[in-house]
Ligand binder design. Structure first.
Ligand code: PXP
Length: 252
């Protein structure tokens, strides 16, 4: 399947959640995620991603209002499949809505969504979002059942969770990392063959991005924590530009 895919420019979505994490650590008015989003757009981001969590630990409702009003690139709104979040998404109608699993006690989005076991509920959950014109994306692990279920329920996009691949890399478990990469490659091809647009993200860094960026079916990467961390040392714009360069190099 992959041999027939034209290698196109891959979009970079910059996730600005952790600008809000720093702000909220002190309850200050700064740093403002909207200012970060503007810098990201200037640096070449193709879109901005923000996750409004149930506990509002980073992004707040007012941040979503500001992003919707002020962005010139599309907003990818990440949310759990709850009635509260569905109402907020329907009020804003962002370009994309990415459905993610959410647990209060987790530090970050630990695994992918269980679409296969919850397909009836998720199908009716995403229908109004689709009808409102949002591109609905399911954040899933590299698992055949989850890919097939996402296609079945009418999602437009799957975002493949790259967290395990990145963790294995940093733990020095190279065989496990390469097996996970092979699964990601296989599931990208499968998802694409089923008519789904393929995105990927979570945990990506300069060290880990190239093999994922090189997957021909992956149209978009969403990257946040590392870019915000790296911006402490080199500034947000140079941090993003370097990621962009590595993605382009991997796809060349
Ligand atoms: N994609 C999704 C669906 C996510 O939930 C996250 C984390 O919020 C990311 C991408 C970005 O992950 P990271 O911040 O580790 O780059």
């Amino acid at each position: 399947m992959s041999e027939n895919i034209e290698i196109t420019r891959q979009r970079l979505g910059v996730n600005i959640d952790h600008v809000a994490t720093i702000r909220n650590a002190r309850g200050s008015a700064y740093p403002d995620p909207m200012v970060a989003a503007k810098i990201a757009e200037e640096a070449g981001a193709d879109g901005i991603t923000a996750h409004l969590r149930e506990d509002r630990r980073h992004i707040a409702d007012a941040d979503i209002d500001a992003l919707m009003a002020g962005l010139r690139t599309p907003l990818n709104f990440e949310m759990a499949a709850t009635v509260e979040m569905q109402k907020i998404a329907l009020r804003h109608c962002p370009h994309a809505v990415c459905i993610v699993p959410e647990k209060r006690e987790e530090r970050t989005t630990e695994g992918g969504l269980e679409v296969a076991g919850d397909d009836n509920r998720l199908a009716s959950f995403i229908a109004p979002l689709r009808d409102a014109g949002c591109r609905v994306s399911m954040f899933i692990g590299a698992d055949e059942q989850q890919v097939r279920a996402s296609a079945r329920i009418g999602a437009a996009v799957v975002e493949l969770h790259t967290g395990a691949y990145c963790d294995f890399h940093y733990e020095g478990r190279i065989a496990a990392r390469d097996e996970e990469l092979a699964r990601l490659a296989e599931m990208s091809a499968l998802a694409h063959s089923l008519g789904l647009e393929v995105h990927a993200g979570h945990g990506l860094t300069y060290e880990t991005v190239a093999p994922i960026a090189a997957l021909p079916e992956v149209a978009e990467l969403n990257i946040g924590h590392f870019l915000i961390a790296e911006s402490i040392f080199r500034g947000l714009s140079p941090a993003i530009k370097e990621m962009r360069r590595l993605m382009d190099e991997a796809r060349a």
